[in-house]
Every structure is written in C-alpha cells, then in structure tokens.
Design a protein around this ligand. Structure first.
Ligand code: NAD
Length: 260
C-alpha cells in the first residue's frame, strides 16, 4: 500500500527520524533524509537504505531553522520523486535550564527547529498533497505536547505549539485525503536524551543514575525506554489507508506517562 510513495523525514540522520526513514524504505517508499552530522556517515546511511531496501534515497542538508532551505527541500523532493506524499516533521533539539537563566538564543533555536520548521515544511508540501488528494503529515511531538516538566520551557512550549498546528492543519485538509497527526513519544533512548543527562545533572544536582531512574524513567510507568522501532511502526501505520480516519490526533506512545 505504501510502495512507490515518496516521503520526506526531517531530522533523520539519527534516532527516531532515521528509524522512521528506514521503516518507510522497508515498505517500498522512496525517502529523502535530512539532518546534520558527519558527511561520510550520512552518505553511508543513505546508501545503506538503498542497498537494504532497493528504494531511492536522497539526502537534503537543509537547516530546519531556515525557512527558505525548508521550502527548497520540499521543492527538491517533489522534483526528484514527483511528489511528497508523506511528510514527517521530526527534527528537534532540547535544552535544559531554569527559565530565568534560559539562554535567549536557545529559546529562539528551539522554537525555530521544533515548531516553525514544521509550519514551513507543511506550508510547502500541502499544495501538492491537496492537488493529488492524498497526503500524510506526521509531526513528532512528545509527551511534552501534553504535559510539562520543569526546566524545559522552550521545548514544552514548542511541542504544545506542534499540537495546535497539527489540529489546525488537520481541519484545513480533512476533505483532501490528507491526515495530520502528532506522535507523542515518552522517553526514547536516542542521542537527544543521552545529551541532556549532563545538563539535567547540573540543573537538578543529581548523578547520572539518579537522572535516568528518578527523572527520566520516573515519569514512565512501564519503567522502560520507548524504542525507535516502536515509534517507526506507529508512523508506518499512520501513513496507511487504514489510518485515513485518524486525523488531528495527538497520539501518545509513552509507556503510560500521560495517563497519570
Ligand atoms: P536525535 O538527536 O537522535 O535526532 C535529531 C535529528 O534532528 C538529527 O538527525 C539531527 O541532525 C536533526 N537536526 C537537529 N537540528 C537540525 C536542524 N537545524 N536542521 C536539520 N536537522 C536538524 O533526537 P531524537 O530523540 O531522535 O529526536 C527526534 C524527535 O523526536 C525530536 O523532535 C524530539 O523532540 C522528539 N522526541 C524525542 C524523544 C526522546 O526521548 N528521544 C521523546 C519525545 C520526542
């Protein structure tokens, strides 16, 4: 059902995005991957997608904090593959600090990458989806789109913003065969989580083990990290025709975190 469709997954050189891009490719979809990192390592990941699954894979180095580069990424993908059928707005960064010390440039950067980038990509991709009367937009939000944690003001604000953007665009596109949903993972073991451990140790005065057990997994009733494969499988289902009635939904995949 997904074979031959074309996807753009932002922030897919690592973590959740890479798992989603590979899962889509495994279903026969052509993918555009995006994100930062070592050029040779990114090229190796791109080539591995083609080799493993026999689909086409392209790389866009567009910076998700730059509106013009985001629009160009969508235009390039449409030109290369003929369409952008599935758009996954996944790129995201984190910064942990008390609000009164929160660096101004970190606030601006997080709002740009975690929120505004999704708007720019959606704005560029929706005309083609409307014309073809089919599209899937999946925004990687977070449990932090539904609940807050201290010291993450920019991230929580951006993720709550993504929830509002998701619902709004879902209403605007509902009669065009397009669905727009937000996936809300709890803690997934990826470089993003690993990197915030030293910052959280500093902000809360805790050891590494205390941060993992008492801060991260304390919120998650299963006491297990969510896996990137679980998030990717969910993103695959949302792209299918069976998921056509799921739209405007803010969907937790968080081991019960937001049930509390
Ligand atoms: P990650 O650090 O492994 O991956 C982030 C990706 O975004 C990388 O490919 C990186 O290069 C890319 N990126 C960062 N800044 C960019 C920019 N300016 N332009 C283009 N690409 C950029 O992190 P992850 O954990 O896989 O996070 C992916 C998404 O999932 C984020 O939106 C994050 O907020 C969300 N999320 C993660 C968790 C978790 O526990 N890991 C939980 C909930 C939500």
């Amino acid at each position: 059902m997904l074979k031959g469709k074309n996807a753009v997954v932002t922030g897919s050189t690592s973590g959740i995005g890479l798992a989603i891009a590979r899962a889509y490719a495994s279903k026969g979809m052509n993918v555009t991957i995006n994100g930062f990192g070592d050029a040779a390592a990114i090229e190796a990941e791109r080539a591995k997608i083609t080799a493993d699954f026999g689909v086409q894979a392209a790389y866009s180095g567009a910076d998700m904090s730059k509106a013009a580069e985001i629009a160009q990424m969508i235009a390039d993908a449409e030109k290369r593959f003929g369409s952008v059928d599935v758009l996954v707005n996944n790129a995201g960064i984190q910064f942990v600090s008390p609000v009164e010390e929160f660096p101004l440039e970190k606030w601006d950067q997080i709002i740009a990458i975690n929120l505004s980038a999704a708007f720019h990509a959606i704005r560029a991709a929706v005309p083609g989806m409307k014309a073809r009367k089919w599209g899937r937009i999946i925004n990687t939000a977070s449990a932090h789109a539904l609940v807050a944690s201290p010291f993450k003001s920019a991230y929580v604000a951006a993720k709550h913003g993504i929830a509002g953007l998701t619902k709004t665009v879902a209403l605007e596109t509902a009669q065009f065969g397009i669905t727009v949903n937000a996936i809300c993972p709890g803690y997934v073991w990826t470089p993003l989580v690993e990197k915030q451990i030293p910052e959280t140790m500093k902000a809360r005065g805790l050891t590494e083990e205390q941060v993992k057990k008492d801060v991260l997994l304390a919120a998650q009733p299963t006491k297990e990290f969510v896996t990137v494969e679980q998030v990717a499988a969910f993103a695959c289902f949302l792209a299918t025709d069976e998921a056509a009635s799921i739209t405007g939904a803010i969907l937790p995949i968080d081991g019960g975190w937001t049930a509390e």
